[in-house]
Design a protein around this ligand. Structure first.
Ligand code: ATP
Ligand code: MG
Ligand code: FE
Length: 347
């Protein structure tokens, strides 16, 4: 099966061509156009994002087809992110995918964006398959999942307030870094002294055993306040910034790693799969690997291009859904919020 996949949920217009199976997906082309325009506003402006997708979607799809040296006639199905995200942005992808599918007489399949993030790693690491513990850390989500099989996701923990990427971006803003600030903060933290600001690892000791409220949940808004206070109390703020960045990053990563390891141990998992833009963070991946090793768990992380938003991961998830015989109706619509299909909550 060969498919064309589209992703327009936020500020990346992306298209990819994939072939093969969900067990062995082959990426034939991937085009990602990031909307730089939002940088000046310090955050994504939804109305502008939709307009930018409208301008970009046709050339991005054409380029992806050309790079894969195929035409629409060679495509068996069209996959598109339909939830969650900015509704106006999602609608551009959904409308275009449905129009293409109708015109070419091909099936269309709507994909959940976070299921896409979960499938990103398998594109490069054939062993990143269930069962595993998954940590999805992106701009809008922080999800700790036990993945028994593809399509069977048990939600163990989530954030009580800010998502991990959102926390990075807000802390970066307090440190005067450009938007989105995650990678800039990681860079700045490299020259920071880890002993200077030992911020409390949020919710680390909340809940003592599986089943306790907060055993797996995280919270980052307090950490953001700690960063604000540190910037206000700094005598020489410029000199202090790398140390504050390091303290913030260490505390956030410390909590994420501890909770993920707890989950892997409790469920006897020997694989940990990371996904989402924050999985670009080298310190997070290194810390997870070091702690994973202690419990005999191997850690898989996507490369940056596949960790942040892209259509390849949507295509990989779509291969699995299509193999199960799933197709979307012509009534497929965009939704700003929606649980991942197949996700149950631990109770
Ligand atoms: P969602 O997937 O929840 O809808 P999103 O699609 O906006 O949100 P992604 O594209 O997966 O999120 O990730 C973007 C986030 O990743 C941003 O918050 C960004 O700052 C963060 N990020 C990217 N690189 C790094 C890094 N090296 N360290 C920390 N955070 C990073
Ligand atoms: Mg983005
Ligand atoms: Fe995303």
């Amino acid at each position: 099966m060969r498919l064309l996949a589209l992703e327009t949920s936020c500020d990346e217009t992306s298209a990819a061509v994939l072939s093969g199976t969900s067990a062995a997906p082959a990426l034939e082309s991937l085009v990602i156009l990031s909307q730089d325009v939002h940088t000046v506003f310090g955050g994504v402006v939804p109305e502008i994002a939709s307009r930018e997708h409208l301008t970009a979607v046709v050339p991005v799809v054409e380029r992806a087809l050309a790079d894969a040296k195929v035409s629409l006639a060679d495509i068996d199905a069209i996959a598109v992110t339909h939830a969650p995200g900015l509704v106006g942005a999602l609608l551009v992808g959904v409308s275009y995918a449905k129009a293409l599918a109708t015109a070419a007489g091909k099936p269309v399949i709507g994909v959940h964006h976070m299921e896409g993030h979960l499938f990103a790693t398998v594109l490069e690491h054939a062993d990143a398959t269930p069962p595993f513990t998954a940590l999805l850390v992106s701009g809008g989500h922080t999800l700790l999942l036990d993945v028994e099989a593809w399509g069977s996701y048990r939600l163990l923990g989530r954030t009580r307030d800010d998502a991990a990427g959102e926390a990075f971006d807000k802390a970066a803003k307090l440190l005067g870094l450009p938007y989105p600030g995650g990678r800039h903060l990681e860079q700045l933290a490299r020259s920071g002294d880890p002993k200077r600001h030992r911020f409390t690892k949020p919710m680390l000791n909340a809940g003592q055993k599986p089943g306790d409220v907060d055993y797996y949940d995280v919270s980052f808004s307090g950490l953001k306040t700690a960063v604000l206070l540190a910037t206000q109390q700094a005598v020489d703020l410029e000199a202090e910034k790398p140390h504050i960045a390091r303290g913030f990053q260490d505390a956030l990563i410390g909590t994420l790693v501890a909770k993920t390891i707890r989950a892997a141990k409790a469920h006897g998992r020997t694989k940990i799969v990371l996904g989402g833009g924050v999985a670009c963070n080298g310190a997070l991946v290194d810390a997870m690997r070091a702690e994973g090793k202690k419990i005999g768990a191997e850690v898989f992380a996507p490369t940056p291009r596949l960790a942040t938003d892209n259509a390849a991961m949507i295509g990989a998830a779509a291969l699995f859904r299509l193999e199960r015989g799933e197709r979307s109706e012509a009534t497929l619509n965009a939704h700003s919020a929606m649980p991942i299909p197949g996700m149950t909550t631990a109770s």
